[in-house]
Design a protein around this ligand. Structure first.
Ligand code: BGC
Length: 269
């Protein structure tokens, strides 16, 4: 049977670890050729490990180093992908970091670093993807859409998060960037949506799950009573990238075990 993303080329930013690695594997399983982006030399081995896992499963993937907050790096990543594979069909804007601090102690560097990767990085990658989608137009042998962008947002695009002002601001920004782009390019058959993960078990939130006490405190915030796994997000990404979601434009898809359901109100209020 033809796989859902057969012959499609997907760039996944920040794919050397965490959610990005999970999404890269899921897209490859669905038939896409995946560009596993990693941010700096030190993450190369981790990116190669993701590629090895994909290849072992019969998929196709290559690595690409690029700091998504740098315009020239991003343009180079897209140019080399097009030179190698002909086009880009799917962008997963996933690269994201946290630099947590109490607000009165937050440095400008902590602010700029998080906004630079989480929000400016999304702008730069989405702009190159849109340019390529507009150039190519629809290739109906592959998809009904001219291209798909999936933004990795967070439950914190709607849940305020004390001690994480830079991160929450970046995710709130992603929400309206995504919706605005979707409004601007839907008529060109470019589909742009977000996934909003809740607590997914990855290195970014290790302190929230690596002791029994931390995990049980975390589970009080999750009505479904389990921590999420990268494949929960990978499955959602495959759906948003495939024609199964062809009529879906500009949504924030919460994949969070119910974290946004105000669990504190279950027995209160
Ligand atoms: C953050 C995680 C956090 C989760 C739920 C994510 O966006 O990166 O650190 O566990 O939101 O609060």
């Amino acid at each position: 049977m033809e796989k859902k993303l057969q012959n499609q080329v997907a760039i996944v930013t920040g794919a050397s670890s965490g959610i990005g690695a999970g999404v890269a594997k899921s897209l490859a399983e669905a038939g896409a050729t995946v560009i596993v982006n990693y941010p700096f030399e030190g993450a190369k081995d981790a990116a190669e490990a993701v590629i090895a896992a994909i290849v072992a499963g019969g998929g196709k993937a290559v690595s690409c180093q690029c700091d998504v907050s740098k315009e020239a790096d991003v343009q180079q990543m897209f140019a080399s992908t097009v030179a190698q594979f002909g086009t880009v069909d799917i962008l997963v804007n996933n690269a994201g970091i946290q630099k947590d601090a109490r607000f009165e102690e937050m440095t400008l560097d902590q602010w700029n670093l998080v906004l630079g990767i989480n929000l400016t990085g999304f702008f730069l990658c989405a702009r190159e993807a849109v340019r390529e989608f507009l150039r190519r137009g629809i290739d109906s042998t592959k998809s009904k859409a001219a291209g798909k962008i999936i933004c990795m947002s967070s439950v914190h695009e709607v849940i305020p998060w004390a001690g994480h002002a830079n991160y929450a601001a970046s995710k709130g920004g992603i929400m309206l960037l995504m919706k605005t782009l979707s409004q601007e390019f839907a008529f060109k058959k470019i589909r742009i949506n977000s996934i909003c993960p809740g607590a997914i078990q990855t290195p970014i939130n290790r302190s929230a799950w690596d002791t029994p006490e931390a995990l049980s405190a975390l589970l009080t915030l999750i009505p479904y009573k389990r921590i999420g796994q990268p494949e929960d997000i990978g499955n959602a990404a495959v759906w948003l990238a495939s024609d199964d979601s062809d009529y879906v434009n500009g949504i924030s898809l919460f994949v969070d075990g119910g974290m946004t359901l105000y669990p504190g109100f279950t027995t209160n209020g």
